[in-house]
Design a binder for this molecule. Sequence first.
Ligand code: ZN
Length: 281
Amino acid sequence: MEPRMSVPTENPLLKRMQKIIPGTTIRLPSKGIFYKNGELDVDVQGGEIIISPMTTKDELIIRSPDMLFQGTAIEQIVARCAPQVLKPTELFAKDIDYILVMLRKLSYGNDIIINFTCPTCVLKADKNEKVTPHDYPVSIDYFIRKSKEITDLTKYQISLNNGMNVKLRPSKFAEMIKMNQLNDNVTTPDELEEIITTSILAVIEAVDDVDNQDFIKEWLKKIPVLTMKEIVDKIAEANNWGPDFNYKINCKDCETEHDISYILNPVSFFTLPSSQETSKG
Ligand SMILES: [Zn+2]
């Protein structure tokens, strides 16, 4: 028998990797202000967390459609790449968006390529003419630069014209996932009413001194449309923070401006090709 080499108990390669890629510190746009239930590790200060680049397994997780739909993919990726986030589903959706955007940049670089077929060109084209899609490079830094931190907490306390006071809070990642799953195949007024009230209830902490969710939901179903509109507008105003995915491009052929925000979200960033990869035409 050959003498066995002694195997060190700690993998020297992993130790070396930690020195080369120590992780990047990012600051959550919420600055961690609202987190009081152990969502983040106790050593996190001012919402600053460390993220590490994704591994092969992370990539497989984030590209799995079933897991994406259920939100488990994102939950796992955040837990693996940002271990100071202890309860990913309890984080605000905007903080999760921000983590994903930063993680996309850290793991794959700054550029993504959008392959876009111009609808204006399609309309103008003859029946047998085929409109060629073009590649449009988009910089992830653009969205990071435009991301806003929470500054004004008073925006979450609103007074309605009818004299009632509503205490809002940003919506959590788990609630966003639930809403995304609900939105399919909903048609009846009853179902739609349920979706609208549930989504608004998700960002209301209390109305006057009442925090019972059932009471608030019943109230939401009875208030006049104008009051509902007032609440929806105030929610949009209060939620004006975090990364912003509004983006426009000009067609390379006809120069018409198109809003492509609907294609852009932090999850799609992981499925869109980088400039190094070849994009499919
Ligand atoms: Zn065009």
